[in-house]
Design a protein around this ligand. Sequence first.
Ligand code: DUT
Ligand code: MG
Length: 606
Amino acid sequence: MVAQDTAAPARPVPERAGAIARMRAEGHPLLRMMGFLWEYETAVSLTLLFLIASSLLALVTPSLIQQVIDRAAAYGSPSVLGLYAIGVVLVSVVNGACSFGQRYGVAYLVQGALFDLRNALYSHILHLPFGFHDRTRTGQLISRMTSDIDNLSGFFDFGLTGLVSMTITFFGAAFMLFRMSWQIGLLGLGIVPPLVVVAFRGSNTLGPRFFELRRQFARIMSQLQENFSGVRVVKAFAREEHEVSRFRLELDEFLRQRMGVVRAFATFMPLMDFLTNSGTLLILGYGALSVINGQLSLGQLVASQAYLMMLTGPVRMVGFMVVMGRRASAAAEHICEILDATREVVEAPDAYDLPSVKGEVTFDHVFFGYEEGSHVLRDITLHVQPGETIALLGATGSGKTSVINLIPRFYDVSTGRVLVDGHDVREVTLHSLRQQIGTIFQEAVLFTGTIADNIAFGKADATMDEIERAARMAQAHDFIIEFPDGYQTHVGERGITVSGGQRQRITIARALLLDAAILIMDDSTSSVDVETEYLIQSALNQAMQGRTAFVIAHRLSTVKNADRILVLDAGVVVQEGTHDELLAVDGPYRRIYETQFADQEEGEAV
Ligand code: DUT
Ligand code: MG
């Protein structure tokens, strides 16, 4: 966007870019996050300049007022008074302008940095491999993208500028007080230690409570999310009342904690006020005596009160700043955890684009496990010719899904090789590999958007003709045009407006649209009625024409039509051959056939 344009292209300074990249990659998480701000170097310097100017100008104002009182009022000269009045107005106008510049600058660079951070994080998450997403809850990722970034945003916005302006104000005010009179300066500084003690105790009490409060809020949120998306289950099991009372309990806890925070806050604020006010009173008293003794002017007495406020203001904020800093630091740690999550599946630095393939797939002594040391697949060797259909069969947990997951390189093998048209899948770019493999997952996921968008998901530039052709092949065209808006019909976040079988056929169309040489399908048709099953079966038969297909099937017709059947048991291929070959021998296939398929055979004989 605008912000990026100014930062990135104009000056090719690789050294600086390298420094920023280093800053983002190592060190304290919070500093790494600040690397995102550094991208906006000019904005940072300008903002800092405005910030310093406005803080210094604010320090001048009490001094000017002192002059007005002491000189102009004392001499009774309206013209001098006017001059000082103009001075005061001028200072506040310039101060206003600086303050505008500083606020605008901060917003510009913080929003720009957050824009970049959100993009970087999102892209990183989407690029992380299957293994990472197997381990990580969706809610956790969402909270990284939302509340953690919000926390950082608060810190960037108020924390950093506050730190600078408060430091200047504090030391500036102390300096001005000492310049006026060292006794008053000492008295002023005298209030600081007790204020700091109270502020820190406040932050130590409030900090953890705030954390707890947020955690409780997150719990409530996740309960809401679960129950709203699972509302049908809640209703089906008549659990509404139970869920309502569970929610009430969580809300009760939230209320209790919230009141605890309020109580703590309400205790500390008056304590701070009391300390500040007593200090002020002390100095006012001492100052008044000095005025009577002629050691201090009236103007100075007035100014000293203003400086005292400037001295105590930042100290009162110390506790708040510490809490904010801790929160931002925790958020930065969470974000860095994700940014540092290793990509187990990484493209080789010299990865090349897989040329257009014919569809030959080879497993060469493949061992594979989800965790190091334990193998889920053992010594799989397989050679599939282009156009062949392979059916995978085996008990649940035998490793069927694991086998096909290796072809698009969703996971990496432990030892051995997976080759597509003779290219090791680890040597080619992921994009070029996956573009040539149509994948149909067991779970049919539709995204919010039109049916056409959903079919064209893997190929954004597909024409309407291509989309329709894919839909026809998937036996989906007929029901799609029945919808009021045809291909432009919107489907909800979970495809609520279409039935399960329809959803599956849309995802089959999605895979077919790629017109890939290789097709892999996991269990796609296990849970639909006979009629739909038949439609999907013919869709699949169409789809497999002229392609290499790997099918995890539960239907006899698919298995029988396959060129080869692999029977898996505990990660090992125990039988391999055609339906007739395998049926002829006494082995696992015949047992599966007899228990699962025999009755299907009768049904299909007609
Ligand atoms: N497994 C894991 N982590 C995973 C997925 C699977 O450890 O993320 C294990 C479970 C199982 C083995 O790998 O013991 C094989 O699983 P796979 O999903 O390949 O089995 P399947 O043949 O596809 O089973 P199903 O018919 O239930 O889909
Ligand atoms: Mg499976």
